[in-house]
Ligand binder design. Structure first.
Ligand code: SF4
Length: 300
């Protein structure tokens, strides 16, 4: 739980140069940093909340993933802690539940490993009149993807599958403990046919690693078979991670190949690159502050 009575007061707030992305670091009562991000878009607000402290999935391109090895105890956040994150943002931005807000379980952590609190929180946010709800998963538990089909959702849930590599061999290098791609696709097909929920494929393009035309062809096959949108994400550089983003020409070629083969594609520039808005980056930078001293006060 976050510390009362200041449970929705952030320890640290960072705003992007463009002013449209804000990242908040909060502290839990047991002394961990938890981050939540706000992004302003022309037609909506986006609140991207965390679901765990650290992340056991261990993606090699993610600060949350690489820092977990013995450095930080991982636990799932509670329903109340998820609500407190979102309430912190809504209070700070002056938002009410009547506004168009996308509530997205795509911050730090694997949402399906915090299954019950995440489902309860998304159902709660889904009860707001103009809200949208979304969840991303690395595919660690295909059985839980199937379970999502039977959760009595108040509105459609958008599910994003973090593919990031088109074959299991390469994918295991990037995402060490996920299920096989075929098992995840089976579960997503089940979810989609049972509910009609939109499925999207997330793919972060890493220079020289997963950005070849051959990789694009395999991603296109997955996307066109299922009629799923592919979101190509630009990698946020970190000194802690030895990867670089794909070059702009490689990114364009990858996207063009997908389009030529009939896939729907969006190239997604991460908002708030200058504030390390990729999952895990702010709380890593603030870790010593969060552990040693917990001044629950707003610092801008
Ligand atoms: S990318 Fe997501 S699933 Fe992978 S380690 Fe980071 S937070 Fe966890």
């Amino acid at each position: 739980m976050f510390s009362a009575p200041t449970e929705t007061s952030p320890v640290q707030v960072q705003t992007s140069k463009a002013g449209n992305a804000v990242k908040y670091l909060l502290s839990t009562s047991d002394g961990f940093g938890v981050e939540v991000t706000y992004v302003r878009r022309p037609s909506k607000h986006i609140i991207c909340f965390s679901t765990q402290i650290g992340c056991p999935v261990g993606c090699r391109f993610c600060v949350s993933g690489i820092r977990q090895a013995g450095r930080r105890i991982v636990r799932s956040l509670t329903f109340e802690e998820i609500l407190a994150q979102v309430q912190c943002v809504m209070t700070d931005r002056g938002l009410t539940p009547a506004e168009p807000i996308l509530f997205s379980a795509m911050g730090e952590g694997e949402p399906l490993l915090a299954y019950r609190p995440v489902v309860e929180a998304l159902r709660h946010f889904g009860s707001y009149p103009k809200s949208r709800i979304a969840l991303s998963t690395s595919g660690i538990k295909p059985g839980l993807i199937r379970n999502l089909a039977h959760e009595n959702w108040p509105k459609p849930l958008k599910v994003q599958f973090s593919l990031h590599a088109p074959n299991d061999q390469l994918r295991r290098r990037l995402i060490p403990i996920s299920a096989n791609i075929a098992e995840v696709l089976d579960a997503l097909r089940y979810l989609s046919s049972a509910t009609g929920f939109a499925i999207e494929v997330n793919y972060v393009l890493l220079d020289g690693l997963n950005d070849s035309i051959e990789h694009a062809r395999t991603v296109a096959e997955i996307a066109t078979t299922h009629k799923w949108l592919v979101k190509l994400n630009r990698f946020n550089v970190s000194e802690l991670i030895p990867y670089r983003p794909a070059s702009p020409p490689a990114t364009d070629t990858f996207a063009d190949t997908l389009r030529e083969l009939g896939a729907d594609v969006e190239i997604y520039e991460t908002d708030g690159v200058d504030i390390q808005a990729a999952c895990g980056q702010l709380s890593y930078r603030s870790l010593s502050t969060a552990f040693i001293n917990l001044p629950i006060a707003l610092k801008r």
